[in-house]
Design a protein around this ligand. Structure first.
Ligand code: BES
Ligand code: ZN
Length: 449
């Protein structure tokens, strides 16, 4: 009891803190201190049909499969396709009618950098970089420091310039290297970040250009000092690539022209990120809800929409929405989008409900009511934010919400976001279940007979 009271006062002060800054309208969920669910009198039998079945282990294992067995699922790669295939087979095994939508994505650059002792260095290639021959270019490095004109000597000609971020623009660095006769450019970060630098060079360069981390850059400076050591850089353009959406649909047994509820999650990730939180978490919770919601009578149409190509600008969800008929859009009453719902980062104690206009809608209202009934432990916060697939639904006029875990008050995301540290180690099975219970009981309450 002592512990319970302490926790309540922490929650209360967090709430008051958020309120005093009047940052966001926050819903303080009274049942934050709810007794164990089975003793909670406000849990209805229909909620129980969901929360008794949401399995944190099953969701966690799917997060593991997507983030570890498959790994980073970069838009347009075979790993993204593999994830799509995994989702499709799983939905079919549950007995759903499954549709695959394929669409093309813009061309993009990919690179590979290896040292002479064959160790791999993570690299980002900016748009505008030149490509290399298929076997790449193998050359010595030139330490061009900050890449100012005065940092280059005649020694740079025919070498790959290794340049630190800072002081002048990336474009100026590249121009100076080219003027000095360098045949490639590697720019390393000047701050410690787990992933490689993503430089933007504003236009086309006549030589291949890549961004690497500070740690990689400092390690490569050794190769310069050792002289005669080379690196091999391969840059290619990935053309005519495609991505996919996987859609599972259930329609009520009787009647037609039912309202439609869309549950969505993206399964692609950014380069070098295993994407356990972003967004194997939402994908796996949605798969679990698909399993559970297959078995109950419904009076609305239910669609699970697993989208690709979110990370390059919501391309998959925009495509999905563009394929809906006017009639389908008219019948669409809600989109529950889950993106980053399972981080174990201790500060992310709130479940944010992001809407484009910051206003409540049928989705937030349904979720607040469900949270009160089932005693969702986390505070729910209504917040104005895009940046996920709910934007595409909203733009079509469909009430849409992105469910996402954040730090209350600051709205900070976990520090592993979009980095190689977005791994299963930073995922909480309990929080996955909490998201599944909340979204599951909300959706079920909307569609149940
Ligand atoms: N999983 C994030 C969701 C998100 C929402 C991140 C709000 C940050 C704030 C999503 O995958 C993402 O990374 N979105 C991109 C924008 C998108 C349009 C490519 C982002 O926020 O950088
Ligand atoms: Zn993301």
């Amino acid at each position: 009891m002592q512990k319970g009271r302490k926790r309540f006062s922490i929650l209360l002060s967090l709430f008051l803190l958020a309120f005093s800054f009047s940052i966001t309208p926050a819903f303080s969920i009274e049942s934050a201190e709810a007794a164990p669910k089975k003793e909670n009198p406000s849990v209805k039998a229909y909620d129980q049909k969901i929360i008794a079945r949401v399995s944190s282990e099953r969701i966690f294992e799917d997060v593991r499969y997507l983030s570890e067995t498959i790994g980073p699922r970069v838009t347009g790669t075979k790993e993204e396709q593999q994830a799509a295939e995994f989702i499709k087979e799983r939905l079919q095994s549950y007995g759903y009618e499954v549709e695959t939508q394929e669409f093309s994505i813009p061309d993009r650059m990919i690179g590979n950098l290896k040292t002479s002792d064959n160790s791999e260095v993570l690299i980002n290639i900016p748009a505008g970089s030149a490509v290399t021959p298929a076997e790449g270019i193998t050359n010595e490095l030139f330490d061009a420091q900050l890449g100012r004109t005065t940092d280059f000597t005649s020694e740079a000609a025919g070498k790959i310039a290794l340049i630190s971020r800072g002081e002048i623009t990336f474009k100026e660095k590249v121009d100076n290297a080219v003027a000095a006769g360098a045949i490639g450019v590697l720019i390393y970060d000047n701050i410690d970040q787990p992933g490689p630098l993503n430089p933007s060079i504003g236009g086309d360069a006549p030589v291949p250009v890549g961004g690497i981390s500070k740690a990689s850059g400092l390690a490569l400076l050794n190769d310069v000092a050792l002289q005669g050591k080379t690196v091999t850089l391969v840059v290619e353009k990935l053309e005519s690539a495609t991505s996919k959406n996987i859609i599972a649909t259930r329609v009520p047994k009787k009647g037609n022209n039912h309202d439609i509820v869309h549950v969505s999650a993206h399964f692609d990730s950014v380069p070098f990120a295993p994407g356990a939180s972003d967004n194997a978490s939402g994908t796996s919770v949605a798969l679990e809800l698909a399993r559970i919601l297959k078995s109950y009578p419904i009076d609305k149409e239910l669609r699970f929409v697993f989208v690709g190509a979110e990370e390059i600008g919501l391309v998959g969800s925009e495509y999905y929405v563009s394929q809906l008929s006017q009639d389908e859009i008219k019948r669409s009453i809600a989109n529950f989008n889950m993106d980053m719902v399972g981080t174990s980062w201790e500060n992310a104690t709130a479940i944010y409900m992001n809407t484009l206009d910051g206003q409540a809608n049928i989705v937030t209202e349904t979720a607040v009511a469900a949270a009160e009934r089932i005693g969702t432990p986390s505070e729910l916060v209504l917040y104005q934010r895009g940046a996920s697939d709910h934007v595409s639904f909203h733009d079509a006029g469909i009430p849409a919400v992105n469910f996402i875990r954040r730090e209350p008050g600051t709205a900070n995301l976990e520090p592993y976001y979009h980095t190689p540290l977005d791994t299963i180690e930073h995922i909480s099975p309990e929080r996955l279940k909490e998201a599944g219970d909340l979204v599951g009981s909300s959706v079920y309450n909307l569609i149940r007979k």
